[in-house]
Every structure is written in structure tokens, then in C-alpha cells.
Design a protein around this ligand. Sequence first.
Ligand SMILES: NC(=O)c1ccc[n+]([C@@H]2O[C@H](COP(=O)([O-])OP(=O)(O)OC[C@H]3O[C@@H](n4cnc5c(N)ncnc54)[C@H](O)[C@@H]3O)[C@@H](O)[C@H]2O)c1
Length: 549
Amino acid sequence: MSQYSVNPAGEKFPLPKPEDYAQEYQRIEGLVQAARKDGKEIVVVMGVGFVGAVMAAIVADTVDKATGRPSKLVIGCQRPSPRSYWKIPMLNRGQSPVKAEDPEVDPMIARCVNDKKTLVATYNADCLKLADCVVVDVQCDYSKQELGNMRTGEADMNALEATMKTIGEKIQPNCLVLIETTVAPGTTEFVAWPIMKKAFAGRGINAVPLLSHSFERVMPGREYVSSIRDFWRVCSGCTPEARERVVKFLKEVLNTEKFPLTVMDRPIESETTKIVENSYRATTLAFLNEWSLFAERNGVDLIKVIKAIKMRPTHSNMIFPGPGVGGYCLPKDGGLGFWAYKHILGFEDGDAIFKITPTAIDINDTRGLHVAELTRDALRNMGRYIAGAEVLICGASYRQDVGDTRYSGSEMVVRKLTEMGAEMRIHDPYVDHWYELEQQDVYPAPGHSWSRFFRNQEGLVHAAVQKDLAQAIKGAEAVILAVPHEPYLKLNPDDVVKWAGAPLAVIDCFGILSDDKIRRYFELGCEVKALGRGHIQRIKKEVKGSSAG
Ligand SMILES: NC(=O)c1ccc[n+]([C@@H]2O[C@H](COP(=O)([O-])OP(=O)(O)OC[C@H]3O[C@@H](n4cnc5c(N)ncnc54)[C@H](O)[C@@H]3O)[C@@H](O)[C@H]2O)c1
């Protein structure tokens, strides 16, 4: 096994050795004793990933509303695995282990670690013995076995179950435990609570574990911190006491005056809230896929249709699905619900009951494949083949102006076009490394990459994300505008063709091109295709007609 953990920038951190644990515990215990003297509450955050690292900083930044003094010492705790250990030494230096577009993240972590000294990180889970409250932010993934069929997938409960066992084995009986992880409904009461009760019984503790649930609604992007702290929360507890404690804790650390808490009776209700919320979003996005195809084939611009519909306040949150939906949550959360119905709650008729959510997720997961068809057809109309073509994809992340590539529609596009023999180039102003490609053998986990659904994927480990657009486009035969990142909205067709060196195929996946730009591309001898934009044919005819005339 590797002796190092390497951070995304390539810095190596030696893994702790068994003999280091005792000293590390002493270090944490010393900090805790000093904090207690100061009247601070001790909060352990388990899992310092995208959500946990920022949540830990938000709690560490909390002040007593009466005195204005810091009221919590936060200990971020993470397994010392080669894959994740590096997050601990980075946090201890005051550096964020997650790359965020929100300018508030880096200074907040630096402030809490270095100035306020209210945030530390450790690999030693014994810190749980010192906690008044534990927040669980480990992942709970949903792994799909087949492309476009979420029904055969399964929830991966390992990290969560292992964490709950460790917590049950170490915490004090009166410690509050708050699960923030998005879990399959029923997990808090029927999986996590029994694990903790068993661990308590093994320690001869009679008390009932104080377990609660409150899911995250964090949104990657410029409002990252705000989307945790200044946003509405839903919570619940397994017992009335756990409920009271979680309400008190969340009121202390979040802006609940402006964004009131919703308190549910039981954890399965708050768990289901998250799953339904995200299944609803996945469904309304997927629903537009069929109308997108309808629009392409019947001279309709779905982008304008949506704009027209959104004038009605009742329909104002309709959004165009782009080349897929992506992000960490929408592709998996409905799956957690579908899986829980059978595997936690014990019902056998899941296939009959769940019609819409699985279909929606399957549609969203495979929408990117159609972009590959459009690229192939655009090149064909220019007398070229996709095999061997130099194709640039603009945008690797799952949504505009963020660098988060998890399950992005662009990945599906790149994989399908690579399978068809295209030579793919990648540009994204917000992404430095596209780990889903570069580390496809181990990321998101060994055997889980989408690469397994396609042939000819080996070379993608060498994929490099380019930053200079003019350079990236040089000599390209097709450009796919996959994500509406700000720099792409401003692109001028004359520049694009000049940089490419010749007319090229342009594929718009997100309503990025105005009609004027589409017209200009045709005038310059390009071919244009787009998701959901059938009116392009009309513009093409107009341009061809006027040039013939
Ligand atoms: N990222 C988002 O945009 C987002 C939005 C809303 C909700 N959520 C939910 O928040 C939860 C966490 O997501 P994330 O994006 O932070 O995931 P992540 O993978 O970035 O972080 C999870 C962390 O937990 C650590 N971990 C795993 N097992 C552990 C253990 N036994 N002990 C200690 N640490 C352990 C991992 O190493 C990792 O650092 C998920 O349920 C997710 O669905 C995420």
C-alpha cells in the first residue's frame, strides 16, 4: 500500500504510522481542554470533503450571539487513506482541501485555523471521545451497474455504516450525532441508529443514542458558503431530545433567523424531503428531453419556448437540461430512494411503484449520447467523418461557472465521441484536472468509472484541460459548446473560425448561441447543430438562399 497521500496539486504527505496516533490524540486533547476552559463546545465533523470541510469552517466561525466570542472548537476528522489523508495536513495549515469558486471559502478556513484557532483536523477518530456534537458528512454513493438503467444500481453504505460504528464505539452517551449525508430514506432510524445502539450496548451504556438528521442543500459555485449557512434547513431527531438538541445546534451555527428551520417528526421524513426534492428536479429536467428532440425535428427553438413559458410566475423555474444533468446529487438521489424502498423498508413492488424517477435519471444519464450524434451529423454535412476528427469540447463541468466535473454531461459526450474515434481536446476555464478521465481507473472508485460502458477509452488518462481557447481550437474540425461558462457566451464566430483556421462544425448544447451568431457561423461556411434548436435549419436555409441569390 502507498505510504503517501498526494493532493490534487501533486504534493505528497506521508501517511501516519501506528505509533503516531497516541501523540496526535494528546495534541487534540490539549486543544480540547483549553477550548473547554474557554467555554467552547466541541464539534467533530466526520468527512472533510466538499461539504464537510466547508460545514466545519462555518461551525468554527460561529460566535456566541450574546458575547460575540467564538463558541465552538471544530475538529475535522478524516480517514488516513492514501486517497483522502492529504486533506488533514492541508486543513491544519489553514488551506481549503476543496477548490471552490466562492471567494469566502479560503479566507474563512484560514481565519478559523490560524487566527481564531477554532478549527483543526485529525486522522485519529479517538477525537470522537471528546465531542459534544458530531456532524457526519461522509459520502453515500449510488452505484449504477448499467448505463441508462438505474434500477440495477445499489446504494453504497460502507462509508456511512463504518462511520456510525466508530461513532457508537467512541462518543460519550450524551453526545448529539447529526447525519448530514444524503441517505436512503430509513437509514437514520433503521440502519445508523441500530448500529449505534449495538455499539452502546457493547460498551454497557444504557442511554439511547441521540441521533438526528438534517441534509445539506449546498450548491457548488460562488455562493458555496451561503448555500450552507444562509439557506433553509430541514431537520429531525430519532427522539424528542435528539430533535431539541439538533434544533438548538442548527440555530447556533446557521442563519435560521432569516432562513427558518423546518422540523419534521421523524428522520424518514427529512430524508425523504431531500430525495423527493432532488428527484423532482431530475424529473423536470428529464421531461424536457423529449420536447428537445421534438423541437430539433420540427423547426422549434426550445430555448425560446422555455423563455416564453417562464414569463408565467408559476413556471419560472423551468431549466433547459443541456448535455446531461450531472452534479453529485441529481443523478444519484432518486436511486437512493428507489433502493431504500426495497432494501431498507422491505417492499417488493418497487418496479411497479417507481415509474417516473428511474426513467428521469436514465434519460438524464444518457442525454449526452445525442450530442455525439449531432457532432457526427454536423461533420457529415461538411463531408467529414467523426473517426479521426479533431474535436474540442468547451466545458467539462456539470454547470456554468463552476469547476465541479462530477457526473457532468460533458464526460458522456467525450466518452462516446472517443469511442467513435474522435480525437478529443478539452477546454475549461474553471477545471484544472478532469479526474474522471485522468484517473478513470480509480475515480470515482475502482471499477466505477463511466469508461466501463465504452470501448477505446484507455487514452483518456492523458486528457489535459487546456486554458487558452485560441490555442485549443487551432485546427479543430468541430467545437462543442457544452457548458454556458461566461467566456463561451461572449465568443465571436469570426474569432472562432479564425482561431480554428477554417470553417468548422459548431454544436451548441445549452442555448449558448444567439440567432445572429448562428447565422454568422453559417455565413462563414460552418455547420451548426444544437440540442433542442430546430430553428437552426431555417437560419441555414436563409443563409444558403441569400448566398445563392
Ligand atoms: N457536493 C455537493 O454538491 C452536495 C450537495 C448536497 C448534498 N451533498 C451530500 O453531502 C454528502 C457528502 O458529500 P461530499 O460532496 O462532501 O462528498 P466527498 O466525497 O467530497 O466527501 C466525503 C468525505 O468523507 C470521507 N470519509 C469517508 N469515509 C469516512 C470515514 N469512515 N471516516 C471519516 N471520513 C470518511 C471521505 O474521505 C471524503 O473526504 C453526500 O451525502 C452528498 O450527497 C453534497
